[in-house]
Design a protein around this ligand. Structure first.
Ligand code: BEZ
Ligand code: FE
Length: 287
């Protein structure tokens, strides 16, 4: 077969997949070819534009390292990560909605006891986080693993400036108690721009978009017999809730970080300065 034109080339490429031994790979490849060709036919790029596109993807790959995943940022900012999330994590009665993982999770964070302060001396406004983990019918889940991580009051994660923080901070692993509850002290996180000094940042600028995410605390919760939940709780009133650069906000995940005067805290501690309180009850899907 030869002499393909703008239209016939699509089926010609798809026909070459007839030798693929994995049916799923063949289906995905055929769909990719169909959509990619349709995109090119719609956009009708000049040769220079196509070369720029290749250079953009090349730069995106070159930006990736052990600590920077530019392709994930590309997927996040094009809304693909949340689309994959929506396909794989349907909402359900009594179950907390999920959202993007983001690039700042650290495997096996430091294990902490209930009520410990995880801010590791980073200055900020004190925040107590309380919550619980339950089954869809409300039954408390004892011994669930609750990983938490968040930015500081300037919008930076510990891993973005480890030389200054001197180690991991504002991240920890807790285990729920007999009533499915957990609690910890930390500092109030702030809104922050995603890393935007690379090709994805340049893309956002060309698209006339800002790189900001609303303030949030990340949670990854797992328990035997339940599906792992990856989510955040967002700060009510944040100016970026309706324009999160990665499209991760859901109404059900927004809560007030309640300002409290000096006095007794929810864990019984007597505070002599103001603090904030965030509470969330998480529901897990049975697996
Ligand atoms: C985050 O929330 O940590 C995050 C999510 C997606 C892209 C960048 C950061
Ligand atoms: Fe985050």
């Amino acid at each position: 077969m030869r002499n393909f034109d703008e239209i016939t080339i699509t089926n010609a490429v798809i026909e070459r997949l007839s030798g693929a031994s994995d049916a799923r790979i063949a289906d995905i490849s055929a769909s990719l070819i169909r959509h990619l060709h349709a995109f090119v036919r719609e956009v009708r790029p000049t040769i220079e534009e196509w070369e720029k596109g290749i250079a953009f993807l090349t730069d995106t790959g070159r930006m990736c390292s052990d600590t920077r995943q530019e392709f994930v940022l590309l997927s996040d900012t094009l809304g693909v990560s949340m689309l994959v999330d929506a396909i794989n994590h349907g909402a359900g009665e009594g179950v907390t909605e999920s959202t993007v993982l983001g690039p700042f999770y650290v495997e096996s964070p430091p294990e902490k006891a209930p009520g410990e302060d995880i801010s590791a001396g980073i200055e900020g406004e004190p925040l107590i986080v309380t919550g619980s983990v339950h089954a869809p019918d409300g039954t408390p889940i004892k011994g669930a693993t609750v990983d938490v991580w968040h930015s500081d009051g300037d919008g930076y994660y510990d891993v973005q400036h480890l030389e200054e923080t001197g180690g991991l901070a504002m991240r920890a692993r807790f285990s729920t108690d007999g009533e499915g509850k957990f609690r910890f002290w930390t500092i109030k996180p702030a809104a922050y721009p995603i890393p935007h000094d690379g090709p994805v940042g340049a893309m956002l600028e060309k698209q006339g978009r800002h790189p900001w995410r609303p303030a949030h605390v990340h949670f990854m919760i797992s328990a035997d017999g339940y599906q792992k939940l990856v989510t955040h709780v967002f700060a009510e009133g944040d100016q970026y809730l309706d324009s999160d650069v990665v499209f991760g906000v859901k109404d059900s995940l927004v809560r007030e970080f309640v300002a409290k005067p000096p006095g007794p805290a929810p864990d019984g501690l007597l505070r002599n300065s103001p603090f904030f309180h965030l509470h969330y009850d998480f529901g897990l899907h049975a697996s």
